[in-house]
Design a protein around this ligand. Sequence first.
Ligand code: FAD
Length: 404
Amino acid sequence: MGGIVVVGTGQGGFQLGASLREGGYQGPVTLIGDEPGLPYGRPPLSKAYLMGKTDAAGLLLRAPGYYAEHGLTIRSGERVAALDRAAQRVELASGERLPFDHLVLATGARNRPLPVPGADLPGVHQLRSLAEADALKAALAGVTRVAVVGAGFIGLEFAAVCSSKGLSVTVIEGLDRALARAVSPIMAGAITASHEAAGARLLFGAQVEAIAGRERATGVVIRGGGTVEADLVLIGIGVLPNQDLAEAAGLPMGNGIEVDAMLSTADPAVSAIGDCASHPSPHADGARVRLESVQNAVDGARCVAARLTGRPAAYTAVPWFWSDQGPLKLQIAGLSTPADAAVTRGAPGASFSVFRYREGRLVCVESLNRPADHMIARRLLQAGTSLSPEQAADPGFDLKAFAL
Ligand code: FAD
């Protein structure tokens, strides 16, 4: 008997193992991950870790003794090279084969490469793993000018760290605003203003043509816009789901490994969770979404673990997310599309929320330095309770009492 095998020892893979044991599963659980070391959390990599406020031990999701105590076998530094669904086994890069009764793919995502000349020069960095964070941290020690390609979450978090270190920071974004896929224009405007107040320069609608430099990066060449000189370049233009293993095994793919409402792939012996999977979401009117968040990895793992321990239920948890950028704590509950209406609560600036509406229904709340609004929004969205745009905008309306 192979028990449950999990590919990936990141946020989702770890949680799956932990939740299986909490749910009373007594069979073997083997977690296989190609990174060295024990499962760690990625969020601090672009925040506290780069700031030197936490060390590698502080990133660990559980103390080293946890895994043996809970009968979880961790095989770090090992890559799963193939999945044989007919034989119900995986093959490691070493050639070793491991059988499974159930397989969970928690393979995450990898950095999207920037396809321009010079992108592989020394001095050009990306940030997904602890190893990459270590390289970035070491490189930061000797630089004064930093260029960031991409005004997404990772790019802006890194920019905030650099600004707080007194470095000269330029963020280069191809679209016309920051966080274009994630937040409303009004929230993006407030976040941009905060970065500018901290000293960063943000360029929008700027297409990167090349990374300048011969032996190492010296700047970023912008189409029709000259060169932004820099000693260090961070590329933060999003990620691609790690779906190759599932794809080669003939499982349906789209933007991620396609799973159903129970997070099962087309093969009932294989589930997929976290950044690598796309699932139909009741919070997106049933459309498929592939989410990249701690919440999605953790709640997806809990959902699969519950099914595997005899308590099957669809995955309906409200999506939520946070991003810390210098003095800003951005929190998002629910999912929005660019077409959704935006209603502000509080004056746009250092602390306010944006309530997003679709056909008069509350679908998402973006909060900046307003954690209470965020917690209430999660409660409202989970309960399917909508408040009117007028109520949301009225500072005298008691949100907390309404959500109880
Ligand atoms: P991962 O954590 O990426 O784990 C997948 C693991 O599987 C990786 O170790 C990968 O190497 C391994 N793997 C892949 N293929 C194989 C294979 N064939 N064999 C063996 N191993 C394999 N989210 C938030 O909600 N808030 C934040 O503030 C936030 N900040 C972030 C900051 C950074 C720098 C990064 C990179 C991410 C951040 N995220 C944040 C996103 C969050 O960390 C991810 O959504 C989460 O880690 C996804 O978990 P996962 O288990 O799906 O994937």
